[in-house]
Design a binder for this molecule. Structure first.
Ligand SMILES: Cc1ncc(COP(=O)(O)O)c(C=O)c1O
Length: 426
C-alpha cells in the first residue's frame, strides 16, 4: 500500500474496502485491551511460591527480626539482590518498599525541596528548575515533574537512546536544567537499549552541568530481556567512576515485573553522598521498609542463577505476544510508510509511530471497534505529542489470541486513518 504514488481512484477504493473491513470488525463488539504495561496473571503466578516461603523464620542472616521496625537501608541480602540488578556494590544500594516510582518521587522531591547535598543545593533555590525528558517516554515520570511544579523540556529518542547532542546543548545553554529522566534498558515505550556511547556521554554530563544536576536512571527493565542475545547495557556506575561523576546519577529498579507488581521490592543505588542526603529526609517518612517482604524475595532468589532462570520463564510467556505484534506490523507496514516501530528485545512495550497527525484518530477508531489503546500523547509531557503520531502498544496482559485479534483491528485502523488522510491531501 503506497499512498504517495496511489491515484485518487485507488485511494477511494482502498478507503471503501477498509471502511467495510472496519465495520465488520465493529459488529463483533470486541472488548480487547492493549493499554496495560503490567504482568499477566500467568506471570504473577510464577512467584506464588514466595507466599509462606519464610515458614515462620523471620530472622535474616544477621539475626535481625525482620518483623520489627528499623533498617532504613533495607536488609543486607536484599541490597545484594539490588546490587545484582543495578551493577552497583550493595553498600551503595538501598532496598525499600514495593515501588521504585515512590523512590523516584521521593528523590526528586528531596532534590527539589531540601537538596541532596545540603539546603543550598535544593532546586527550589533556583529561579526555575527544568528536567530533560527524552520522548517518547514514561508518562509517570512526567507526572512526578508536573506534581512538583518542575518544568520539562523534551529531546528525541533514536535507536541508541536520547539525542545526546540535544541533551548536551540544553545543559550547556540552560542553567535551570537539573535533571534527566532515563529508562536505559528496554525503554518505555521504544524498547531501546542505550548504546555504550550514550551511557558514557550521560556519565560525563556532570562535567558541563549545574552542580545539582542528577540523572534519574530508571532501570525498570534491567533484567527483562526476551532473548539471550538481547543487547546489554553498559554499567553507568562504572562509567561514572571513570569520569569522576558518581554523584550525578541516581539509579532505580524494582522487582515489580519480576515477582508481584504490587508487592515487590524497590531499589535505589547511588553514591554515598546522595544516599546520605536522601536518607536524611527519608528518615522523616518511614522508620524502615517492609523487611518481611525483602526476606521473602531473598529466600525466593537465593539459589545461584535463580533470577535469570525466573526471568527466562517470564520471557517464555511474553515472547509470543511480542512476536504476534511484530508479525502484524511487519506484514502490514514492512514495505510502506504508514508506520514505523522498534522491534523491542525486552521490556513491556512496542512503540508505534503513525504518519503525523493520526495517532489520536487511530486510538479513537480502535476504541470504537472495541480495542483499547494507551491514549495518544501519553508518552509525552503534558500528554501532548507535537506530531500526534506515537502509540504505545502493551501486549503482556491479553492472551496471544487476543493480541492477535487486537492487532488485526489496530492494523485496519492505521490503514483506514492513513488512507483517509491521503484522500484529503490528494
Ligand atoms: C519505566 C518504568 N519505571 C517504573 C515503573 C513502575 O515501577 P514500580 O512498580 O517499581 O513503581 C514502570 C511501570 O510500568 C515503568 O515502566
Amino acid at each position: 500500500m503506497n499512498l504517495q504514488s496511489a491515484s485518487k481512484d485507488q485511494l477511494q477504493q482502498w478507503a471503501q474496502q477498509l471502511q467495510s473491513e472496519y465495520e465488520t470488525i465493529k459488529a463483533k463488539k470486541l472488548g480487547l485491551d492493549l493499554t496495560r504495561g503490567k504482568p499477566s496473571t500467568e506471570q504473577l503466578s510464577l512467584s506464588d511460591a514466595m507466599d509462606g516461603i519464610l515458614k515462620g523464620n523471620y530472622l535474616d542472616a544477621s539475626g535481625t527480626d525482620v518483623r520489627n521496625y528499623g533498617g532504613l537501608d533495607g536488609i543486607q541480602a536484599a541490597r545484594e539482590l539490588g546490587a545484582e540488578m543495578t551493577g552497583v556494590p550493595a553498600a551503595n544500594v538501598l532496598a525499600a518498599g514495593n515501588s521504585s516510582l515512590t523512590l523516584m518521587h521521593q528523590a526528586m522531591s528531596i532534590a527539589y525541596l531540601y537538596g541532596l547535598n545540603g539546603p543550598e543545593s535544593a532546586w527550589n533555590k533556583q529561579e526555575s528548575a527544568t528536567v530533560i525528558c527524552p520522548v517518547p517516554g514514561y508518562d509517570r515520570h512526567y507526572g512526578v515533574c508536573e506534581h512538583l511544579g518542575i518544568d520539562m523540556v523534551t529531546v528525541g529518542m533514536d535507536q541508541n537512546g536520547p539525542d545526546m547532542d540535544a541533551v548536551e546543548k540544553l545543559i550547556k545553554e540552560d542553567d535551570s536544567i537539573v535533571g534527566l529522566w532515563c529508562v536505559p534498558r528496554f525503554s518505555n515505550p521504544t524498547g531501546v537499549v542505550y548504546s555504550d556511547e550514550v551511557v558514557e556521554r550521560i556519565a560525563k554530563l556532570a562535567n558541563i552541568a549545574n552542580p545539582n544536576f542528577r540523572v534519574f536512571w530508571d532501570n525498570a527493565y534491567a533484567v527483562h530481556a526476551l532473548s539471550d542475545d538481547a543487547p546489554q547495557l553498559l554499567n553507568i556506575w562504572q562509567a561514572c567512576q571513570a569520569a569522576g561523576t558518581e554523584d550525578s546519577v541516581l539509579q532505580f529498579a524494582s522487582t515489580s515485573k519480576i515477582t508481584f507488581a504490587g508487592a515487590g521490592v524497590a531499589f535505589m543505588a547511588a553514591s554515598d553522598a546522595n544516599l546520605k542526603g536522601f536518607k536524611k529526609s527519608l528518615a522523616f517518612m518511614t522508620i524502615g521498609p517492609d523487611k518481611v517482604n525483602q526476606l521473602r524475595h531473598v529466600e525466593f532468589f537465593k539459589a545461584d542463577g535463580a533470577l535469570t532462570a525466573h526471568m527466562n520463564k517470564h520471557a517464555d510467556i511474553i515472547r509470543p505476544r511480542f512476536d504476534s505484534v511484530l508479525r502484524h506490523l511487519e506484514a502490514a507496514f514492512g514495505d510502506n510508510e504508514l508506520g514505523t516501530w522498534e522491534s523491542a528485545q525486552g521490556g513491556y512495550f512496542i512503540s508505534f509511530d503513525t504518519q503525523p497527525g493520526l495517532a489520536k484518530e487511530v486510538v479513537q477508531l480502535a476504541a470504537d471497534a472495541g480495542v483499547k489503546l494507551t491514549p495518544a500523547g501519553a508518552t509525552f509531557p503534558y500528554g501532548k505529542d507535537p506530531k500526534d503520531s506515537n502509540i504505545r502498544i502493551a501486549p503482556t496482559v491479553p492472551t496471544v489470541e487476543q493480541v492477535d485479534e487486537a492487532m488485526k483491528v489496530f492494523v485496519c485502523c492505521v490503514k483506514l486513518a492513513s488512507v483517509k488522510q491521503a484522500l484529503t491531501q490528494a
